[in-house]
Ligand binder design. Structure first.
Ligand SMILES: C[S@@+](CC[C@H](N)C(=O)[O-])C[C@H]1O[C@@H](n2cnc3c(N)ncnc32)[C@H](O)[C@@H]1O
Length: 381
């Protein structure tokens, strides 16, 4: 019989800094109660089925890892012996192509490439011993081992996702300063959006926030349009994946009627956004238009704006960005009982928007520190 993964796995989920809370809520909704945060990552115990579920369903996690070891280390001999003592054969078949990547932060062992080669050698020694090989042939599927050495403690993880989970598969061309799909989803999940209410992104660019909103509203799981590293692993029972995938497809609510609006001043951006929405399977759910923010009007009440306007740093200068915030504030105040959620790195956003926010949250967009401003319904004056 083909060797399968162990029954109990330590699973580690990474996400952007500031997003942990919404990821925890996602986990709760999927039925996972407890996921303590260690070094910025969420940890839980599960099975191979959980690995598949988390990859397919989660919207805000960056990657799903199997954690295989965590120990203190400050010299190369200990690193080699401890890595070699890990039961790699439980996860890696004899033809595994082993790729080791990682980082060293505030640790005595600080040379990443030296750690990388030593870890790879220790894994190879272990597997050759167990499988009776004179060397690793590496003719099979790729297994990425990620290590993180932080303050002389190393964590060794197997990456089950492959490419980051923000790569949903629908965005094939790059617009101006696009936001990651995982962060876009987090913004919508932090907001008060509900599928029966209107929604608008008035700076939609390549469409990411509106597309993620549509997928949330239609209950289309985060990872249904892509493959994962474990799909290539012969020791990962693909029937498990098929089951989880069917569960995700069965849960979709594609028949829902939505009122989603997405606009941008740039016609090229709207063309791209429409293309991405088409590829994401939600083109008929979003009303796209080329429009300056200042012209937005909507007769519907009780909606939600979630937007990522220009920050005034790259393509648009500071003055143009400030004009956008001012127009957004004016538009928001004309709408009937809408809320508004805006991410920007601009320090003076509230002044130009014309109102102090109800609350704010620190988030990072492509490593840039930003604030996510909340303006709730019925609180506009
Ligand atoms: C940071 S980008 C948004 C990126 C988008 N979230 C994405 O994922 O592609 C800001 C967008 O604001 C648009 N923009 C700039 N000034 C505008 C205005 N006055 N009205 C509407 N859109 C504007 C730009 O064309 C640009 O696409």
């Amino acid at each position: 019989m083909k060797k399968q993964f162990p029954d109990k796995l330590n699973i580690t989920l990474t996400c952007a800094s500031g997003v942990e809370k919404v990821l925890k809520s996602e986990l709760k909704r999927l039925g996972y109660q407890d996921a303590p945060v260690i070094n910025g990552a969420l940890n839980l115990q599960g099975t191979a089925e959980d690995v598949a579920r988390l990859n397919v369903f989660l919207r805000t996690a960056d990657r799903v890892y199997i954690n295989v070891a965590r120990f203190a280390v400050d010299d190369f001999d200990v690193l080699f012996e401890r890595v070699k003592s890990v039961r790699w054969e439980d996860f890696l078949p004899e033809d595994a192509r082993v790729i080791v990547n990682g980082k060293c932060v505030k640790s005595k062992l600080f040379a990443v490439s030296a750690c990388q080669s030593l870890i790879k050698k220790a894994i190879a020694d272990r597997l050759c011993g167990v499988y009776g090989l004179n060397r690793l042939y590496e003719t099979g599927a790729e297994y990425q081992i990620d290590f993180s050495l932080f303050k002389d403690e190393i964590t060794l993880n197997i990456n089950t996702s492959g490419a980051g989970l923000h790569k949903r598969g629908y965005r094939d061309m790059v617009g101006i300063a696009p936001i990651k799909e995982t962060l876009a989803s987090a913004l919508v999940l932090f907001s008060d959006f509900y599928h029966e209410r209107p929604f608008a992104d008035l700076f939609c660019g390549s469409g990411t926030i509106a597309i993620e909103t549509a997928r949330i509203a239609l209950n289309i799981a985060g990872g249904v349009g892509r493959k994962f590293a474990f799909n290539d692993w012969k020791n990962f029972d693909q029937k498990i994946f098929d089951r989880v995938f069917s569960e995700a497809k069965d849960g979709e609510k594609r028949e829902r009627k939505l009122n989603l609006f997405a606009s941008d001043i740039d016609p090229k951006a709207i063309k791209l956004a429409k293309r991405h929405a088409e590829r994401a399977g939600v083109a008929d759910k979003i009303k796209f238009s080329v429009s300056d923010v200042k012209n937005f009007k909507c007769d519907l009440s009780g909606g939600t704006i979630v937007s990522n306007p220009p920050y005034g740093e790259r393509v648009y200068d500071k003055k143009e960005a400030e004009e956008c915030y001012k127009s957004l504030g004016n538009v928001y105040r004309q709408l009937d009982n809408w809320s508004c959620f805006v991410i920007t790195s601009a320090q003076n956003f509230e002044r130009h928007f014309g109102k102090k926010c109800d609350r704010e949250r620190k988030l990072y967009n492509s490593n840039k520190e930003c604030r996510f401003y909340y303006y709730y319904k019925d609180n506009k004056k």
